[in-house]
Design a binder for this molecule. Structure first.
Ligand code: MD3
Ligand code: FE
Length: 206
């Protein structure tokens, strides 16, 4: 099913489900090279979701701020390459949502456990906001918070289930969003863990 939540935001339930086993295999291979880690924030906190990246650019948070980098600061090596099954799925989803030219060069992987959440935020470190973000949920259901263009905008909550893909572009691209927590039920493929991958096109710093 393909559901337009608002202009530019398209929810495709179950779009990734047929490919889940291979996607999780790729995720584990990425995590062997660039382990999930709890990053520090500029505000002095620690993120409760663990993160890693693949692709030419990876997202990092530290007390010094947020940035996309070409190297994993843990290994000082390039981030793992983006596997073809991931990039192809993201491009197919973007195409189905009306973005035929989407070419991701960064994929942020998030790993949630029972005590994890992600506060309301905007994604604005990518440079070119005419490019959409494609999000894929795997495993345990996440309770997604979806707001508006301002932090004080009304927030709606809905479930993101295993295999669901969301494409955010157009006017929705800078909307506030977050993860309130996880649904109680474990998932047969991941147990109590939820994974999320977000595919992005990030402009290289010049
Ligand atoms: C709406 N991740 O990694 S995915 C993130 O489930 C992030 O891990 C959440 O927010 C997660 O930055 C939510 C859905 C999502 C991703 C990017 C968006 C929604 C978005 C960008 C703009 C608007
Ligand atoms: Fe986000």
């Amino acid at each position: 099913t393909r559901e337009e939540l608002e202009t530019g935001a398209v929810l495709m339930r179950q779009f990734g489900t047929p490919h889940a086993t291979g996607l999780l295999q790729s995720l584990h291979e990425i995590a062997q090279q660039a382990p999930f880690r709890h990053m520090l924030t500029p505000g002095g906190g620690t993120m409760s979701a663990a993160m890693t990246s693949c692709g030419a650019l990876g997202w990092v948070s530290s007390p010094r701020g947020y940035a996309y980098t070409t190297q994993d600061p843990l290994s000082q090596r390039p981030w793992p390459a983006m596997p073809a099954n991931l990039s192809t799925l993201a491009q197919n989803a973007a195409q189905a949502a009306g973005y035929p030219d989407f070419a991701p060069n960064a994929c942020l992987l998030n790993c949630y456990q029972s005590n994890s959440h992600m506060g309301l935020h905007q994604d604005r470190d990518e440079g070119d906001i005419t490019q959409p973000i494609v999000s894929l949920s795997l495993g345990r259901t996440g309770l997604f918070m979806w707001g508006g263009p301002e932090r004080r905008s009304r927030v709606r909550t809905f479930a993101l289930d295993h295999g669901d893909i969301l494409v955010w572009g157009g006017p929705a691209r800078l909307h506030y969003h977050g993860i309130k927590g996880l649904a109680p039920t474990p998932h047969p493929l991941t147990g109590l863990t939820r994974f999320n991958m977000t595919f992005r096109h990030v402009e290289a710093h010049t």
